[in-house]
Design a protein around this ligand. Structure first.
Ligand code: ADP
Length: 489
């Protein structure tokens, strides 16, 4: 195990820091001894390591989840719910340590890491309750003497593949409904941020979740992805990550006809209409753009501002962006931490240079100063040809584009192959009705940049993905319908 002394973030409960994986109720390293280092994005120092498993070890984890499936799926729903409830309580009791692990491996400000733990834990709590509410149906028959029933059954062994930007919440919104439904699961966290995932499993084990029900595999992503997609035992894959990898997983899952949930890239628009409350508009832009340093698939990537409010908005937004502080996530004053890696910083710089070459002007901030630090930046006068309006920037760079009419704003918002989140600000009922219907997107925030909770269906349309997470719809993703026709009654 890695030493807690090597960590900048000190843990109260040192048992949460693991460098091995949980498979079939046993913690183990790779038989080969191969490891992958985990880096603190602020200092660049190695703060932990995880096993790089071989193919047969991944197959072993699949076999463990398969063996655990029958007993787990036949447990009383209330019992599964009670174990999830205990897990939720343990997660919240360890909130501070889990948050510190996230700041350590991801770099996000500690206050945001704490919020992620509470948000992520809320999915466990929600599905702890939902486990007892997996209802069937009866359908009136068309001929006498028949009873038509619909039962809901767990899909089977499932796999979750998750990204580094919300390392804990992206897992709990998959694991909690899967386990509530009676599925067993293998999880593959992002190699950059596995420490919080391992800690989550320490607590799941402590909560009494039985051996083999929840297993974690770490190592070479493409090798693990190929094994999971090819396996006939895995009946469903839930993936959050890039559209490119999501499409590959979908293609590779075709031969075994797996169910898929895909939460992929976004390119969220934020429209500020002339009649918006300016303070609310600034708040919305701040949260929608800069939460998690802009490293979010629901981050506002394109900010369209109507002409009448444009100059006032840009000035006030620029003042707020300038006032943000860039630094170490462990420093309570920090608003923007390091980005996950140098490639992330380079992409933001490229988007900035490209916007400037298309005629944009810097209002606040500027280029990165090296390392993983990308300053909060605002540019105005962005051309619709600029890369930052077409692809996810995934960093703290905001670009403002002016528009004239409501119809033009909606058309610009929809000018993308993606459709995850969209936001707009207005105080006019007519504009609100028109924009919320006109925007092609799975989720719409009106006068707010913060829309995700455990009780609502999170997901996208178009190339942003398939399926929903959270709410009762998120449970359906892990349930099959079985129609039973009972004749001769
Ligand atoms: P991001 O840009 O957020 O890193 P990715 O789609 O590359 O997005 O990664 C999301 C998750 O998918 C991570 O856990 C990563 O390790 C995993 N991943 C990357 N490549 C593959 C692959 N070929 N097969 C399966 N999983 C993959």
């Amino acid at each position: 195990m890695a030493s807690v002394a090597t960590m900048r973030g000190h843990l109260t409960n040192s048992s949460l820091l693991r460098s091995d994986v949980l498979i079939d109720g046993k913690w183990k390293g790779a038989a080969s001894g191969a490891k992958i280092d985990v880096e603190d994005p602020f200092t660049g120092q190695i703060v932990g390591s995880i096993p790089s498993l071989a193919a047969d070890e991944v197959h072993g984890a699949i076999a463990a989840a398969e063996t655990a499936f029958i007993p787990w799926s036949r447990e009383m729903n209330r019992h599964r719910g009670a174990l999830l409830r205990r897990w939720y309580e343990l997660v919240m009791a360890n909130q501070e340590d889990l948050a510190r692990l996230i700041t350590l491996e991801n770099g996000k400000p500690l206050k945001e890491a704490r919020a992620e733990i509470a948000y992520g834990a809320a999915f466990i709590e929600y599905y702890a309750d939902e486990a007892g509410r997996i209802f069937g149906e009866t359908i009136p028959p068309l001929v006498p003497g028949r009873q038509l029933l619909v039962e809901r059954e767990p899909v089977g062994v499932c796999a979750a593949i998750t990204p580094w930007n919300f390392p804990m919440a992206m897992l709990t919104r998959k694991i909690a409904p899967a386990l509530a439904a009676g599925c067993t699961m293998l999880i593959k966290p992002a190699s950059q941020t596995p420490l919080s995932a391992l800690a989550l499993l320490v607590l799941a084990e402590e909560a009494g979740i039985p051996a083999g029900v929840l297993n974690i595999v770490t190592g070479k992503a493409s090798m693990i992805g190929d094994i999971l997609t090819a396996s006939p035992v895995i009946r469903k894959i839930s993936f959050t990550g890039s559209t490119e990898i999501g499409a590959q997983l979908m293609a590779k899952s075709a031969p075994t006809i797996k169910r898929l949930s895909l939460e992929l890239g976004g390119n969220a628009p934020l429209l500020i209409f002339d009649d918006a409350d300016i303070d609310l508009a600034i708040e919305t832009a701040m949260v929608a753009k800069f939460r998690n340093s802009g490293q979010s698939c629901v981050a506002a990537n394109r900010i369209y501002v109507q002409r009448g409010i444009h100059d006032t908005f840009v000035k006030a937004f620029g003042d707020r962006v300038r006032a943000m502080s860039l630094g170490d996530g462990f420093d309570p004053a920090t608003d923007i931490g390091p980005l996950i890696d140098e490639a992330g910083v380079a992409k933001v710089d490229e988007h900035l240079e490209d916007a400037l070459s298309h005629g944009a002007e810097i209002v606040a901030g500027g280029k990165s100063q090296g390392g993983h630090m990308s300053p909060p930046t605002l540019v105005s006068g962005v051309s619709s040809k600029a890369a930052l309006t077409r692809e996810e920037t995934f960093g703290p760079l905001a670009g403002v584009i002016q528009f004239e009419t409501i119809d033009e704003g909606i058309r610009l918002a929809n000018d993308t192959p993606f459709g995850l989140a969209a936001y707009f600000c207005s105080s006019s009922p007519a504009t609100i009705a028109k924009a919320s219907r006109g925007i092609e997107s799975g989720m719409v925030g009106i006068n707010t940049g913060l829309i995700s909770t455990a009780v609502v269906p999170f997901g996208g349309v178009k190339m942003s993905g398939l399926g929903r997470e959270g709410s009762r719809y998120g449970l359906d993703e892990y349930l099959n319908m079985k129609y039973i026709c009972h004749a001769g009654l």
